[in-house]
Design a protein. Structure first.
Length: 168
């Protein structure tokens, strides 16, 4: 579920995400203050990261993320603009990660957000089914569903809306 702090979306990692990252061996980049997690399968190619912090996020460099290019405050500001939560972060604090038994009860809510010229983002507690009512596996609490019809991995968005210049 996306978090909102003072009315602003926050891409700080959730406990559920953190647990799944440990299992799925998600890519991560750390400095002394922050760890940034990157899920390429969720990227919808909005380029917010590239334009927000070009010294940190650079597709022409390997690795493409270098935390040296910005302060932690700037990094957080940019990552909070990633619409699909392909990028999330965890501030490195002294307290340990809370145990999963302490998870807050599920709200049972889902949010659907239509992105301009892009996919529909769904976050929260939802069940995705195909036309036969069979469940479709989702690995994350946030998914992007294709609206342009050009994705090679439908029903999910693969960023093709940018290539075809989808407008809606
Ligand atoms: S979806 Fe997120 S990671 Fe992908 S380009 Fe946009 S801001 Fe960057
Ligand atoms: S909306 Fe992203 S590939 Fe179709």
């Amino acid at each position: 579920m996306p978090k909102f702090i003072s009315g602003k979306m926050s891409n700080e990692v959730t406990r559920d995400e953190l647990e799944s990252f440990e299992k799925d061996n998600i890519k991560r980049y750390s400095n002394e203050e922050i760890t940034v997690y990157w899920r390429p399968g969720l990227c919808i190619h909005s380029a917010n990261c590239l334009t927000g912090s070009p010294l940190v996020f650079n597709m022409n460099r390997r690795p493409w993320i270098s935390l040296k290019g910005a302060t932690t405050e700037e990094l957080i500001k940019t990552i909070d603009t990633c619409p699909s939560r392909a990028l999330v972060y965890r501030k490195i604090r002294e307290e340990p990660i809370p145990p999963s038994e302490n998870k807050p009860p599920s709200s049972g809510n889902a949010t659907i957000r239509i992105l301009k010229d892009g996919p529909a983002l769904i976050s929260g507690d939802f069940l995705l089914q195909n036309s036969e009512k069979q469940p479709i596996e989702t690995k994350s609490g946030t998914i992007a569903l294709c609206r342009c019809g050009s994705s090679a991995k439908k029903p999910f968005c693969d960023g093709s809306h940018v290539r075809i210049g989808f407008k809606d």
